[in-house]
Design a protein around this ligand. Structure first.
Ligand code: SF4
Length: 457
């Protein structure tokens, strides 16, 4: 991280709240992701004789360490070669980067030096937001140093990135829901109020997220045509304060009835996508090599839709199925200190990093995007129980929750759930943000009589 060129920092970043990171040297990011290269890196790496470093590895003498494949958006890009098992060519047996060890950190691809950080520019705001991927084991565990200690490095990395790829900005106004659009600054006000609600550690997480969903529901039903100007802003802030007060006095209730079938099907689709992610070895592969995986995805998706389906939790060796997790894994209390900490970290970081406003975030409607984010809540609970079951644990621990955050974040925002005719149906479902909470008992608790009857979801 420290090898970025020393230039003036320019516009300072707004750092996502609560994010901590210290590289653990696990090498997972060198196994899980394609490494995109800048044109300068392609030229530099191609000009170098790698034989002394790589020896008999593929990509050694005479072989190109760079390959071409469609990058994000379909345009051709250049990437660092990988071994057949998907690991980067430069990862050594001790999970160390050989480029870093030999040529210094600054010589590593920018993609590697950036990970796990990302930047989001929002129209009208002169300080880009900086967040971090929860797919990183350190970010997910939340046990590293606060990223506020890296401000200078992040500013410089951002400058380096902008020099090779000008930032994209999603143009405003943003579609808020089916009936209205809001200016970016107004949407940011809403995100800040939701984040403030979820961040308030004086109350248990379930109470805070209940208040946050009620606030969004109230805002949606208010039909305010704009949030610009002092009066609407005060009104919106008073919605948030009023809902918080109601939650404090115990007047709000989480949904107790099972969600309707379309909503259940939607959650299972979200679950299937997060549970089964394409391996990095398929990056740049042709249609023929992808065909078996596509078939597998289809069958797996059908199994999840039917109410079961299996996956291998992140950082675990054993596979688990939805049915077994629900019946056999220890239940999880979202108000426990471990769960509260992990959930708060995840949601507040995404809201303050403005993830749902990023140009790459594939659900452009703001409320549906927030509905998607809130549905991560039951998924995280189920994934944490799955990680616990896969290690044979008797209680869901912090490490299970970290594994769950990594799993949930794999696919978050990457799928255009609201596009096309079926997407319009999904958008309507996602706009019902309160329904996200209706899945929590299903995800967190054992079904009644599960031990005896092996109840299915
Ligand atoms: S170049 Fe180094 S840091 Fe980047 S993926 Fe390869 S081994 Fe990891």
């Amino acid at each position: 991280m420290s090898g970025a060129p020393a230039r003036s920092a320019g516009r300072r970043l707004t750092l996502a709240k609560g994010v901590r990171f210290t590289c653990r040297g696990c090498g997972d990011c060198c196994r899980d992701w394609p490494v995109a290269l800048t044109p300068a890196e392609v030229a530099r790496y191609r000009a170098r004789d790698w034989a002394p470093l790589l020896g008999p590895d593929p990509g050694g003498p005479g072989e190109d360490v760079v390959y071409e494949a469609p990058a994000h958006g379909g345009a051709p890009g250049h990437f660092l070669r990988r071994r057949p098992d998907g690991t980067c060519l430069f990862l050594d047996a001790d999970a160390r980067c050989r480029i870093h060890a030999t040529y210094g950190e600054a010589d590593k691809p920018l993609t590697c030096r950036l990970y796990p950080f990302g930047f989001v520019d929002v129209e009208g705001r002169d300080r880009p937001a900086c967040g971090a991927a929860f797919t990183c084991s350190s970010v997910a565990a939340g046990d590293g140093a606060p990223i506020t200690q890296r401000r200078r490095e992040l500013d410089l990395l951002r400058e380096e990135l902008v020099a090779v790829r000008p930032p994209a900005v999603r143009p405003g106004p943003f579609t808020f829901d089916r009936r209205r659009s809001y200016a970016p600054a107004d949407v940011e006000l809403v995100l800040d109020l939701v984040a403030a609600e979820l961040e308030d550690a004086g109350r248990p997480f379930p109470e805070r997220i209940l208040a946050a969903t009620h606030f969004l529901t109230l805002l949606t039903s208010s039909s305010l045509p704009t949030l610009g100007g002092e009066t609407p802003r005060k009104l919106v802030a008073s919605f948030a304060a009023g809902v918080r007060d109601q939650a404090r006095r115990g007047l709000l209730r989480a949904p107790v009835r099972a969600p309707p079938l379309p909503e259940r099907l939607l959650l299972r689709q979200l679950l299937a996508l997060a549970a089964r992610r394409d391996p990095v070895t398929l990056h740049g592969a042709g249609e023929l090599r992808r065909a078996p995986r596509r078939l597998g995805n289809l069958l797996s998706g059908l199994a999840f839709l039917a109410g079961d389906g299996s996956w291998r939790p992140v950082a675990r060796d054993r596979r688990v199925s939805v049915g077994r997790v629900r019946r056999e894994a220890p239940p999880i209390d979202p108000a426990s200190p471990e769960a509260d900490g992990a959930l708060t970290r995840y949601f507040v970081a995404h809201l303050t990093a403005r993830t749902t406003l990023a140009p790459w975030f594939a659900v452009p409607e703001v409320l549906a995007g927030l509905g998607l984010l809130l549905r991560q809540y039951p998924l995280i609970l189920l994934f944490a129980r799955g990680a616990c079951l896969a290690r044979g644990g008797a209680r869901v621990e912090r490490d299970d929750l970290a594994a769950a955050l990594r799993q949930a974040d794999w696919s978050f925002g990457h799928m255009p759930w609201t596009r096309g005719p079926i997407g319009r149906v999904r958008a309507r479902l996602l706009e019902r943000v309160d329904r996200a909470l209706a899945h929590v008992p299903w995800a967190a608790e054992r079904p009644r009589g599960a031990a005896a009857a092996g109840a299915a979801p």
